[in-house]
Design a protein around this ligand. Structure first.
Ligand code: SF4
Length: 369
């Protein structure tokens, strides 16, 4: 791949062999997770980064050397840096938001399994991620670490699904399920696949974006066995569409697995026409379907990322008017309280909605209270 030499010349990993750099387990092991490690990569003293320590007590941070290599770390406004560096605004809780606005914890018949819609459920198989995205709507689970990733924990999910005959689709999510080893993933997917009423499996993973070397031939052979399987990822900025990421998506596609993208609209990162246009064009170029653009959920610790719904619609109006329909995702809002997704488009009953009072009040009839 063209970028093999570029990556390993990056300080402080200068001297790391190309083989190591392209090994996902090396990337995962060498994630930047402490202020001391962050100080080393930024060439600062740990004392100068004390503010990050304070944020990390509530919301830990983690990112791969690969993802770090894509950003201009010296620029506070770099769109990739902003997605993974802690920010003091995350712990300004007066800004509003709740830990679990979609009330997933309420709809868990067994620990970690969200069953809200009759025909499908979400299995939160791990709390670990290669990179913790600061805007994540499950940032409440980060501090739990890997404590629940046991066979028994997942067996209870399989048991529930096998007894619930109207579930036809299982979404394997997290955390990031692809931080798990191939063997356990194979066992879990295989257990679900052997349930006669489970027709479709889906994986939600940001690994193609933040640690694309995780997509190995062996992993693809494993995933291929459990088709029909769909793969959803999350590119938020065109700078994330690298040759490595494109190659990872291509491998998944070659295994016969469709790849779709669910971006999040993020203030200061992608909330303008040009960036989203380039992102959606870039996704189409690598055969990844732009599926959803999410309005950022009102999650505690993410208020600084949230845009007004009306400004999102304004950007989308330009997108709808100017770029090919194949590149256009559906702009949606996940209604707090687990009431489902609402499409946002001009002329929809939701067009005038905005965050006026610190709370979103949505109603499927179109009334804003
Ligand atoms: S990879 Fe997914 S679950 Fe993990 S922090 Fe990012 S958005 Fe959240």
């Amino acid at each position: 791949m063209e970028s093999r030499n570029r990556t390993i010349s990056i300080s402080p990993w200068r001297g790391v062999s190309s083989k190591e750099w392209h090994d996902w387990e090396w990337q995962y092991r060498n994630r930047i997770r402490t202020v001391r490690q962050l100080a080393a990569v930024l060439k600062k003293t740990p004392a100068a980064l004390k503010k990050y320590q304070t944020v990390a007590r509530s919301y830990p941070f983690s990112f791969t050397p690969y993802y770090f290599s894509l950003m201009n770390a010296a620029d506070d406004n770099d769109p990739l840096r902003r997605q993974c560096f802690p920010d003091e605004r995350e712990i300004n809780f007066s800004l509003g938001g709740v830990a679990d606005p979609l009330e997933e914890e309420r709809d868990m018949p067994v620990s970690g399994l969200v069953h809200r819609y009759r025909d499908r459920c979400v299995a939160i198989v791990t709390h670990m991620c290669a990179t913790y995205c600061r805007h994540c709507n499950r940032k409440r689970i980060w501090r739990k670490g890997g404590i629940e990733e046991t066979r028994g924990y997942m067996e209870r999910m399989v048991d529930y699904v096998s007894k619930t005959k109207h579930i036809r689709e299982v979404i394997v999510s997290g955390g990031d399920p692809l931080t798990m080893k191939d063997g356990i993933l194979d066992w879990f997917l295989g257990s679900l696949r052997s349930i006669p009423h489970v027709e479709v499996l889906r994986i939600g993973s940001r690994v193609p974006v933040v640690m694309p070397m995780r997509i190995t031939r062996k992993l693809c052979d494993t995933l291929r066995k459990h088709r029909p399987l769909w793969f959803n990822t999350q590119f938020n900025h065109p700078n994330e569409i690298t040759p490595e990421a494109a190659h990872a998506c291509e491998m998944i596609l070659e295994a016969g697995i469709p790849v779709s993208n669910q971006s999040v609209l993020l203030r200061g990162i992608n909330d303008n026409y040009e960036t989203l246009r380039d992102l959606f064009y870039g996704l189409q170029r690598i055969s990844v379907r732009p599926y959803y653009l999410f309005q950022c959920d009102p999650v505690k610790g993410t208020d600084h990322f949230r845009t007004e719904v009306r400004s999102g619609i304004k950007i989308m109006e330009k997108i709808w008017g100017n770029i090919s329909g194949l590149c256009v995702p559906q702009y949606v809002f996940d209604i707090p309280g687990g009431k489902g997704k609402c499409p946002l488009y001009p002329g929809s009953p939701f067009r005038t909605m905005a965050r006026e009072t610190g709370e979103y009040i949505f109603d499927r009839t179109g009334e804003v209270n």
